[in-house]
Design a protein around this ligand. Sequence first.
Ligand code: ACO
Length: 325
Amino acid sequence: MTLHSRITGTGSHLPPRRVTNADLVAQLAEGGIETSDQWIVERTGIRARHFAADGVQCSDMALDAARHALKAAGRDASELDLIIVATSTPDMVFPSTACILQNKLGANGCPAFDVQAVCSGFVYALTVADAMVRAGSARCALVVGSEVFSRLLDFSDRTTCVLFGDGAGAVVLEASETPGILASDLHADGKHVGILCVPGHVAGGVASGDPFLKMDGQAVFKLAVGLLEKSARATLEKAGIEAADVDWMVPHQANIRIMQSTARKLHLPMEKVVVTVDQHGNTSAASIPLALDHAVRAGQVQPGQTVLLEGVGGGFTWGSVLLKM
Ligand code: ACO
């Protein structure tokens, strides 16, 4: 019998501190930086984001999201036999945030590792977990995206600091006789490193250099729309499913205009697109599982429906996953 993997539970976490555009406008004004609610909404669709309190780590948010996902799946952490965390803002250089999360969950013993593909991280992590489940090396996996992106922001750079937020999302992915994950498609092209990066680095064991996010927004925008359409079409073709048969698209929540353009190219009405960027901003690897969990809990995404996940991020990395809930 062919083994499949299927999502059996979702969960998420948002830090309690909600920062509206008006809050951010006032905060930036103190540093002499001018922006406006109107500019942010018109260019990005973002109205608010959440920022983690000082001292809150990536693994803390991952833990809360994981607990909600485990509860929804009716599983105990002790039943996990694989943990993958997608993040670009780990607690430490090492060990991995997945190991730290594993210990906080009390799931010690199972393999645990991080995936670093920036905003495509969750799509990458889910694809790896699916492959491991289908290969028979895991039966109950936890896949998390968690980010404290606020720590990478230069609040004197208005072109980037208004775009991002913090949060976490998680899914429990289990071995199943019926198909859940139907197909996926992953890519990277390292020649685009310079258009979206945090150039700080570890050299001789010491973290040094510029710790803040740098982005050529227009270059990212142009690349993103074309690559997302191509990847989505490749995944649909692998699964033998037409775009018209997709019930929901849950895109990486970077910018409403990128989501609208991708939906338009795939001839998907915006009513089929899960949108949380307005309330969460761009939470990088957390954004897809966070949006998925919100849509599941709001009763939008229903069991049995066909869902297309797609993401693009620094690297450049991009990819998509088609699944049945
Ligand atoms: N408030 C007010 N004005 C601003 C702000 C701001 N926060 N930021 C920039 N501006 C100004 C610029 O200075 C510029 O002014 P000028 O015309 O006088 O020079 C003007 O607004 C237009 O700037 P553009 O950069 O041309 O604005 P654009 O329409 O391209 O929007 C944006 C910028 C929102 C960044 C857009 O390019 C975008 O969304 N790009 C994709 C970003 C993205 O998705 N990144 C995430 C990828 S995932 C990951 O891996 C992290």
